[in-house]
Design a protein around this ligand. Structure first.
Ligand SMILES: Nc1ncnc2c1ncn2[C@@H]1O[C@H](COP(=O)(O)OP(=O)(O)OP(=O)(O)O)[C@@H](O)[C@H]1O
Ligand SMILES: Nc1ncnc2c1ncn2[C@@H]1O[C@H](COP(=O)(O)OP(=O)(O)OP(=O)(O)O)[C@@H](O)[C@H]1O
Ligand SMILES: [Mg+2]
Ligand SMILES: [Mg+2]
Lengths: 257, 257
């Protein structure tokens, strides 16, 4: 059965999109059939995979679920498909405010496939920097959450609030929701701040924190302007290596949900 | 008369809060009476100024405007007051959806002061990473906008969308809204990406871009964990120097709005 992973954190700029795009690419490289869903009206994951000019996507699929398979598009990477975001998605927040299961119904329908066999092994969903209706839809659709955690003070402050929201969703809308783990991003291990944050995070969250850490690496910031995931843009970079290792750890953890 | 500056950009993590806190501090140092309003439910500007334990703030003031003066608190910096955010603000989005002028009525009431003289020269407002009701309120309350522009690809992609939203607000809700300027943030001038982005931004937006550029400087990321603005935490750092220069430029431009 397909496993759906939501990439969530209401703090802005912590590496949600960078993780969604590059983790998807490495999961696809390890022969899993992957769908990336861009549920952020900024459409960054869509442009990060070279599909910026998409006119239709997840918004149209939410409005008319029978069109889902037609709206999914291939990417330049084998085993990786994309359900793109379009600017119309910005208006969906209002429509989805009373529909927390809209995305779940859409994506869970992929599980059953035409002939019973699921089309994908994994579905990753990128979300906007907020805890509004779009992100609530992700929390309700995902089997498990992956939380990018920028190694900086303001980002750490927000984690408690995020985990409270997750608990509220578990207590009500989606009791089976799990946290797959937290991944430390943009770590500059040369600075005291970076070292202190990693120590704090591991002391506080223990096993929930992935061993793989994504270092600050300019190649990751350059790749989107070439509309390629990091494995295609700069496969030997420290950023690429970090996401390759993270994909391995994610595959181990996904077995257990 | 008081001038209200909104710090806005729906892209996450571009330096809105860092700019709001540190620019406010340097404007206060140049003897302007400054109020910083934190309109982001993440409450980062509030904690960046050491007021994290505030139980009441801008949400309560919006609900009951007659309490405004009592809810404003001093900071450790002369001439700088704060109207803090609290987590209750997260619920305000729904209530403010039909009230685009709520913040404006609240802040414009400060202009007339008890005895006719305004209490502040400048009011800066930090906003969340979205274009929802809280940010629309900022666009309607501000005389002018200051747009932090991270020197990276995804952040640049979002600027066109932001400026369209600004034009929509100007065409309808707030015709006098001006753009004070864009400030390039987190620039690492050693990288090609950084240099290319600065060139692109200046070529594209010309005069609107402040000459002052904020470099990536770890002291700026450290200061929030000490709950101090950069002029108190590390006044000789390149980050502090950049915000001091930005304050001078802002004061020049504010004369003209
Ligand atoms: N490990 C890294 N090293 C260097 N730059 C990075 C890294 N991860 C992300 N970036 C860059 O930092 C910026 C923020 O990352 P990204 O856009 O992925 O965050 P986000 O959480 O998706 O933001 P938003 O909250 O706006 O959706 C982007 O310009 C991205 O290219
Ligand atoms: N010039 C800089 N150099 C180094 N770090 C910076 C700089 N400016 C901001 N930061 C750090 O980068 C992170 C993002 O900045 P900040 O939180 O101010 O952005 P924001 O736009 O307010 O984010 P959000 O969209 O979540 O409100 C913070 O951890 C901050 O300390
Ligand atoms: Mg993103
Ligand atoms: Mg902020």
């Amino acid at each position: 059965a397909v496993k759906i992973i939501g990439i969530v954190n209401q703090k802005g700029g912590v590496g949600k999109t960078t993780t969604a795009v590059n983790l998807s690419a490495y999961l696809a490289l390890s022969k899993r059939r992957v769908l990336l869903v861009d549920l952020d009206p900024q459409c960054n994951a869509t442009s990060g995979l070279g599909a910026r000019e998409s006119k239709e996507g997840v918004y149209e699929a939410l409005v008319n679920p029978s069109r889902l398979l037609e709206l999914i598009i291939p990417t330049g990477q084998a085993n990786l498909d994309l359900l793109p975001a379009t600017p119309q998605l910005a208006g969906a927040g209002v429509e989805l405010a009373e529909e927390p299961y809209a995305l779940r119904e859409l994506l869970w329908s992929l599980d059953k496939g035409e002939n019973g066999a699921a089309k994908y092994d994994l579905i990753l969903v990128d979300s906007p920097p907020s805890l509004g209706p779009l992100t609530v839809n992700v929390l309700c659709a995902a089997h498990a959450l992956l939380i990018p955690l920028q190694a900086e003070y303001y980002a750490l402050e927000g984690v408690a609030g995020l985990l409270e929201s997750v608990e509220r969703v578990k207590a009500g809308l989606h009791p089976d929701l799990a946290v797959l783990g937290m991944v430390i991003t943009m770590l500059d291990a040369r600075t005291n701040l970076g070292q202190q944050v990693e120590q704090n995070v591991r002391a506080h969250f223990g096993e929930q924190v992935f061993w793989s850490v994504v270092p600050r690496n300019v190649r990751l910031a350059e790749a989107p302007s070439y509309a390629k995931p990091i494995n295609q843009y700069s496969p030997m970079s420290t950023g690429a290596e970090a996401y390759r290792r993270l994909a391995e750890e994610v595959l181990q953890r996904v077995q257990k949900i």
